[in-house]
Ligand binder design. Sequence first.
Ligand SMILES: Nc1ncnc2c1ncn2[C@@H]1O[C@H](COP(=O)(O)OP(=O)(O)OP(=O)(O)O)[C@@H](O)[C@H]1O
Length: 238
Amino acid sequence: MKHDPLLSCRGLEAGYGASQVLFGIDFDIQAGEVVALLGRNGMGKSTTIKTLIGGLRPRAGQIRFGGRDIHGARPDAIARMGVAIVPEGRQCFPNLTVEEHLLAFADNRNGLRDGWTLPRLYELFPRLKERASNMGNQLSGGEQQMLAVARALSTNPRLLILDEATEGLAPVIRDEIWRCLGLLKEQGQTTLVVDKYVEKLVGLADRHLILERGRVAWTGTSAELDADRGLWHRYLGV
Ligand SMILES: Nc1ncnc2c1ncn2[C@@H]1O[C@H](COP(=O)(O)OP(=O)(O)OP(=O)(O)O)[C@@H](O)[C@H]1O
């Protein structure tokens, strides 16, 4: 039996002032799936995410999350329903310790029996345990990014969204983030990920959507994307 998707977008249109950026985006994410949103710069990936998390009001279309219409809902309401974002650029609080970051937002929005407690988050990112009493502004870029992921997990989101979360990180730290996303997937974490490392995403995601000028130009599985390098060249410039 097919379940209702956790997230469902139909005919999503959005833009900024006079410029329309999204021209009718359709996609679903099933619970437990990892979906990658791909496309060259400026194709509308971040705008899609902004619209999903309530940062930008859609001009048309429908967004349903967990069976509820969230079109036009405010970001805090969408967050409370269980959507957590790891934004580009980390956004840690300079004057909170690592531990305070992880406790301040803690919640169980997924109703999990074995939720992300502090000890489990430290197990996932031992580096953060070592830095537990350091302030946000005393962390390296990579540590800040791990903290951003851990902070999102501390809310036990039903949907985790990463928008260019590995941007600007050293390769060893990027690998740490990929390792973590793989573990989360094994544990059934539903995830939407935007990133430019297509090879890594092919190894991680179940399905991919390629955006081209605000429209879904292609959608398919990792195996299908892996097998068609013409797509990489045509739509992703790699
Ligand atoms: N705040 C804004 N005001 C006006 N135009 C914007 C704004 N943010 C993005 N845009 C424009 O919307 C279009 C889509 O941008 P978006 O950030 O969604 O693309 P993207 O696919 O995420 O690419 P990138 O990887 O460059 O972020 C671009 O033409 C961009 O210039």
